[in-house]
Design a protein around this ligand. Sequence first.
Ligand code: ATP
Length: 257
Amino acid sequence: MTDTVLNCKDVGIKFGGLQAVQGLNLKIKKGELLGLIGPNGAGKTTVFNMITGVYEPTEGEILLNGEKINGITPYKIVSKGIARTFQNIRLFGYLSVLDNVKIAMNKDMKYSIVEGMFRTKSYWREEFDVNSRAMEILKLFDLDKYKQYSANTLPYGQQRKLEIARAMATNPTLLLLDEPAAGMNPTETEELMNTIKLIRDNFGITILLIEHDMKLVLGICERLMVLNYGQVLAEGDPQEVINDEKVINAYLGSGGA
Ligand SMILES: Nc1ncnc2c1ncn2[C@@H]1O[C@H](COP(=O)(O)OP(=O)(O)OP(=O)(O)O)[C@@H](O)[C@H]1O
C-alpha cells in the first residue's frame, strides 16, 4: 500500500504547436499541502485541467491512488475523489448557499425520479441526511448563517469560501484549489489560510494549490513546485525554492507575476 495519492508520470500536453506542459513528474503524498507556482502562462491551470479530466494529456500517465485516470471524464474523476475550485468563481449565483452545497452531493443521492415526484419516505430520509451533511459543512466554513442567501449576494471572500465548501461536499481525497485568494483583501486571505489548514488538519485531505499570493503560499505550503514554460523549474522546501536564482529570474522575466 502506497501513501502516494497523486502520481503524474512524464505528463505533457500539446495544443497544436504549443507544448503547454512537458515531462511533468509530480507525486503528492496523503495529507500533503503542495503549492504549484510559476509566472503567468506557465501551465499551472493546464496541469489542473489534465488531473481533473478536462484535458487528456498527450503524453504520460496520471495515477490516483495507483489507478490510471487519464482519459476518464471529469464527472467520473469527481466520483473517484478529486475536487477542484476555479480561478473565476463558478457558483450557482441565484441558488441559495445551502443548495450550492447540496448540488455537489447529487452523486450520493440514491432515490429515483418517481420517489422524488411522490415524496416517498426514502426521499424524505435522504433529503434529511443531505441537508444535515450540507449544514455541517457550512458550519465548518462559518457559512451556516447565510444558508438561505443567494450565493451571489455574499461578499467576495465568502463566495470563494463557499466554492471550497462545495468542493468538500463531494467528499474528496484530493482537493485542487486554483488561486483561491485571487481578489481577496488581506483579512479575507488570512481567514482563507486558516480554512485551508483546518481542512487538511481535520480531514487529512491532500491539497494541491495554485496561488500567486506568496504570503499564503509560504504560510501554508510544505513543499513548492515551480513551473516555467510548462516545465518544472524547481521543487522542494518553500523558502529554498523562492530564493532559488532560477525562480527569481523566471518571475522577473515575466514582470513579477
Ligand atoms: N485550450 C487551450 N488551447 C490552446 N492553448 C491553451 C489552452 N489552454 C491553455 N493554453 C495555453 O497553455 C499555456 C499555459 O496556460 P495556463 O492557463 O495553464 O497557464 P497558468 O500557469 O495557469 O497561467 P495563469 O497564472 O496566468 O493562470 C498558455 O500559453 C495558454 O495560452
